[in-house]
Design a protein around this ligand. Structure first.
Ligand code: NAD
Length: 463
């Protein structure tokens, strides 16, 4: 192990050891024992943030961005150490994406109407204190994108994070409050509790001072926030298929799909989870995946062993397998794979549980389709109505359009790896909260605003 890597590992271990949750200074930089206290503190901070200028908010965000960059590697290692999921190098990249591509106050815009009867502005103003629930798959990234967007819009935020990622979350929240203080802003712009549970979540969801809830996670949590009788933004599960037709550049499709699928060990909800390919290109695609892209071709027996290992009889995922790399998964079924192996593949039916389930592991089954229309039908079935993400490799614009209409997803990447949708190797902003279920799509500061109409009658129109 090179020296600098060992040093960073030691620092991570030191930071994690120091963060004995029971000893942590409750109330310090956003961390509380009691959810009611966390909400109270965020409410006090919100009173300050609400009257801050956009310029002052942007100053805090600039320091948050700097701190994310400075801590990108440390936080990536912390997240992998604590959750046991993901890939350090890819998590560093994700942290840089957060620092560079999450929009700030420039995202807040104003509509104007002017005419004989004066001037009317429609402005985007804050909600107040927002309650947010975050997943263990992108722990600090979700905290970053929610906090930056919510703060840019003039809100503060209380998080009920995944308990499996609490130390990483506390580190991120401390860091953002330190950034606020450094910029002359208030403490507690982002708060959480030391021990998040379903009870603390329920307190947050039903609290009178929380007007808006944002959930990033699986179907259970999205349904929970949407059942609270409040406005809810639900960023739920996906199972994104990648369709490959005979007009595609098959060699490039193999590269893009495997790169997207293996990014952070397949944890991102937008990542390719299965391939549907028209029959005539299946062999060629498989050839490039195996010979050039580090894919291990699993036998029927190995597929069966993987099914028994990665999920139980009811299809519930084994958390010890989520976000693990391909070689670790193979070792769990007694296969010692070459170090070059980064993905597991096979040809199967769409009903195969390794294909139809959102695994969040680099296992990429290929479903053959008799023609393009059959492939579209299979992709719609495999996406399970999540309307989250879908990808296609084709050079036929009519077909791409047909697929986009049929999938009706928040994200659709054409001829590239899925992470292009996060602004990595593609145009656009970055977020790790993709509101698929409630329709806001890729969330940013403007998602966390209320519209307000301000009307000046018979004045200020000089046209
Ligand atoms: P998870 O659903 O197990 O947990 C997510 C969060 O919800 C955690 O904080 C958990 O404690 C909480 N939670 C779960 N059930 C709850 C309930 N009934 N009431 C209140 N809180 C509850 O998900 P995970 O394993 O942490 O993350 C993976 C899932 O999240 C995948 O399905 C993935 O697709 C999805 N995800 C979606 C997006 C998106 O932007 N759409 C982003 C990341 C992850």
């Amino acid at each position: 192990m090179p020296v600098d890597e060992r040093m960073v590992k030691n620092i991570v271990q030191e930071v994690m050891a120091k963060m004995n949750i029971n000893d942590s200074a409750s109330g310090k930089h956003g961390i509380f024992k009691d959810m009611n206290d966390a909400i109270e503190a965020a409410k006090k901070a919100e009173k300050v943030v609400r009257v801050m200028s956009l310029d002052q908010r942007e100053k805090i965000i600039t320091i948050i961005r700097r701190k994310i960059r400075e801590n990108a590697e440390l936080m990536a290692r912390m997240a992998v150490d604590e959750t046991g999921m993901g890939n350090v190098g890819h998590k560093i990249l994700k942290n840089y994406l957060c620092a560079d591509k999450i929009p700030g106050t420039e995202d807040i815009t104003t509509e104007a109407y002017s005419g004989d009867r004066g001037l009317t502005l429609v402005e985007e103003g804050p909600f107040g204190v927002i309650g947010a629930i975050t997943p263990c798959t992108n722990p600090q990234e979700t905290i970053f994108c929610n906090t930056i967007g919510m703060l840019a819009a003039g809100n503060t935020v209380v998080f009920n994070p995944h308990p499996q990622a609490i130390k990483t979350t506390i580190y991120a929240i401390n860091m953002m409050n330190e950034a606020s203080l450094e910029a002359g802003g208030p403490d507690n712009i982002a708060c959480t509790v030391e021990h998040p549970t379903l009870d603390t979540s329920s307190v947050m969801m039903h609290h009178k001072d929380i007007p808006l809830l944002v959930a990033t996670g699986g179907p259970g949590v999205v349904t929970a926030i949407l059942s609270c009788g409040k406005r809810g933004i639900g960023a739920g599960a996906g199972n994104p298929p990648a369709l490959v037709d005979e007009t595609a550049d098959i060699r490039k499709a193999a590269e893009d799909i495997v790169n997207g699928c293996t990014f952070d060990n397949n944890l991102p909800c937008i990542a390719e989870k299965e391939i549907v390919a028209v029959q005539q290109v299946v062999d060629e695609l498989l050839h490039y995946m195996v010979t050039e892209q580090g894919c291990y071709l699993a036998s029927k027996e190995e597929q069966d062993a993987l099914i028994r290992t990665v999920m139980d009889e009811k299809g519930k995922l084994n958390r010890k397998c989520v976000g693990r790399d391909a070689r670790t998964l193979l070792s769990m079924i007694g296969v010692e794979a070459d170090p070059s192996i980064r993905c597991i593949t096979f040809v199967g039916e769409k009903e195969n549980p390794l294909i139809s389930t959102e695994l969040m592991m680099p296992i990429l089954g290929i479903v053959p389709a008799k023609d393009f229309d059959d492939a579209v039908e299979k992709c719609v079935w495999l996406e399970h109505g999540n309307r989250h993400s879908a990808h296609i490799h084709s050079h036929d614009v009519e077909r791409i359009t047909k697929y986009a209409r049929a999938m009706d997803t928040a994200i659709l990447v054409k001829n590239g790896p899925s992470y292009a949708a996060l602004g990595y190797g593609g145009e656009g902003i970055c977020t790790f909260t993709i509101a698929s279920r409630t329709g806001e799509g890729l969330t940013s500061a403007k998602t966390f605003t209320k519209k307000r109409r301000c009307v000046m009658v018979d004045s200020l129109c000089i046209r």
